[in-house]
Every structure is written in C-alpha cells, then in structure tokens.
Design a protein around this ligand. Structure first.
Ligand code: NAP
Length: 257
C-alpha cells in the first residue's frame, strides 16, 4: 500500500484519468475526495469506492463553490497529502471560426480553476504534500484547432514551476503529468461514434512511436509515482506519458519504411 494513511483531492475524479487515478489511490490505501459536475457519475464512483471516498459536486470554474467543497472534504477526511488538479476540457478553437466563449471556457477551466483549486487547498495541505497538474502533449505538438487548449496546458506547466518556487519552503512538490492521446470520454465530442473513434485511434497511433494511444490507468500510475515518496526529490517537472510522441516523433510508425 503506497498511499496508506494519505488523503488525496482529485478534481474531475468521476471520469477518465481522474477516475482511474481515484480508483488506484483507493486501492493503494488513500482516503480520496473527488469533485466533478455530474452527480450521477460522482455517485457511481462513491458507491464503487466505499467509505474511504467522498464525492462532491463542484464546478471548478465556480471558485467559491470549489473552495466550499474543498473545505468540506478537509473537514471530513483531514488534511491533504495529495492534490491532483485534473479537471479539464478540450474545446476546439480553430483560427478563423473560434468562439470567444469557448476560448474563455477552456482557459477558465484549465488554467484559472487549476490555480484557485490550489489556492483553496493550501490551508488544508500538509507540509511535504504533492500537487500534480494534468498537462498535455498538445502544449508542445501544435495540433491544429487547439490554440486555447494548447495555451492552457502550456500555462499549467508555467504555473507549476512558479508554484514549485513558492511552495518549496513548505517542501510541497508541484509537478505536471502530460498525457498523450488517451482512451477517455474527452474524445466523445471530436469522435462521437465507435467508427469515428476507431478512425481517430488509427490516425493518432500512426504518429506515436510506441504505435498506440494511452490508457487512463497508465497516466494514473504516473500520478501515483509523482504523489508518492518515490518522487521525493522531483520538483517542478513535467513527465510525459505519451509513447514517445513529444520526445522521439521521428520513430513513429508513419515514418517507418
Ligand atoms: P474526461 O473523461 O472528459 O474527464 C474530464 C473530467 O474533468 C471529468 O471528471 C469532468 O467532470 C471534469 N470537469 C470538466 N470540467 C469541469 C468543471 N468545470 N468543473 C468540475 N469538473 C470538471 O477526460 P480526461 O481525458 O480524463 O481528462 C482529464 C484531464 O486529462 C484533462 O485536464 C485533460 O485535458 C487531460 N488530458 C487528457 C488527454 C486524453 O487524451 N484523454 C490527453 C492529455 C491531457 P464532469 O464530467 O462531472 O463535468
């Protein structure tokens, strides 16, 4: 049990990567508070995880509601050892037809809300705690149509470095996990049918050196590493879980003879 007696807060813990991480954390002995907007999936997760989990409805873009949920979680579960600021959205904002509303929503959810989640959690964080942000390969790869999303994830990386400086006096570590394309509901908008998803998966896999998209459990295991004492000297880092997409793109199947 790598997280025995630890307490974690996971935003967006009711779906995809956040849910896989909450599941792994509970299995590793942690008490876990998850937040999200969807009451139904939050309830399902709470039922699955049992008494060591607390599921709270809170829209991260509502800073006061999120602060209230975090206060409530700390009251019930105690001080936090881990915060995984994971909730995020991937709206499309292609140059020429981007809507200012979508652009702002992406930045509010993926950047502003991440900062205020940390600020609200700070009074409840133990010294030596671990904060993990969810970044993305898209901050490096320049995928067309994703200007706001890419900017938001580059913002997350920059914020992690600033917060690592600010929180080092309390030995609080702040790091980023940056997944490549992974099999979660975030793709439901861009690839709404099984056929559309299969086509997307084939296309995405062709530019990933390991030749496949990722699974949320693979990201969860990396978050567990960053959260645990095994990462005790890792501060302000960004760890990619992307099959080599950012580091060694020339090795991707599409370039092989
Ligand atoms: P997902 O299954 O769609 O999960 C997104 C989570 O964020 C959900 O739990 C959702 O909760 C929550 N969320 C979104 N907006 C919220 C809001 N305003 N308030 C509270 N919760 C909110 O997608 P995912 O892939 O696991 O995404 C998790 C993170 O991974 C995101 O930051 C995403 O950018 C990042 N990421 C994903 C991939 C990928 O390919 N899957 C790649 C790189 C990075 P509700 O459903 O209740 O709204």
């Amino acid at each position: 049990m790598r997280l025995a007696n630890k307490t974690a807060l996971i935003t967006g813990g009711n779906s995809g990567i956040g849910l896989a991480t909450a599941r792994l954390f509970v299995a590793e002995g942690a008490r876990v508070a998850i937040t999200g907007r969807n009451r139904e999936t939050l309830d399902a997760a709470a039922k699955e995880f049992g008494p060591r989990a607390l599921a709270l409805v809170a829209d991260v873009t509502d800073i006061a509601a999120t602060e209230a949920a975090i206060n409530q979680a700390a009251e019930k579960l105690g001080k936090f050892d881990i915060v995984f600021a994971n909730a995020g959205i991937a709206g499309r904002t292609p140059a020429g037809s981007a809507s200012p509303v979508v652009f702002e929503q992406v930045l509010q959810t993926n950047v502003t809300a991440v900062f205020f989640t940390v600020q609200s959690a700070l009074p409840h964080l133990r010294d030596g705690a671990s904060i993990i942000f969810n970044g993305s390969v898209i901050s490096q790869l320049g995928n067309p149509g994703y200007a706001a999303y890419a900017a938001s994830k580059a913002g997350v990386r920059a914020m992690a470095r600033v917060l690592a400086s600010e929180l080092s006096p309390r030995r609080i570590r702040v790091n980023v996990v940056s997944p490549g394309a992974s099999r979660t509901p975030i793709w439901n908008g861009a690839a709404p049918t099984p056929d559309a998803f299969a086509a997307f998966e084939k296309r995405a896999s062709s530019v990933i050196p390991l030749g496949r998209i990722g699974e949320p459990e693979e990201v969860a295991k990396t978050v567990l590493f960053l959260a645990s004492d095994d990462a005790s000297n890792i501060q302000g880092a960004e760890l990619f879980v992307d099959g080599g997409a950012t580091a060694s793109p020339a090795g991707a199947p599409i370039f092989r003879g």
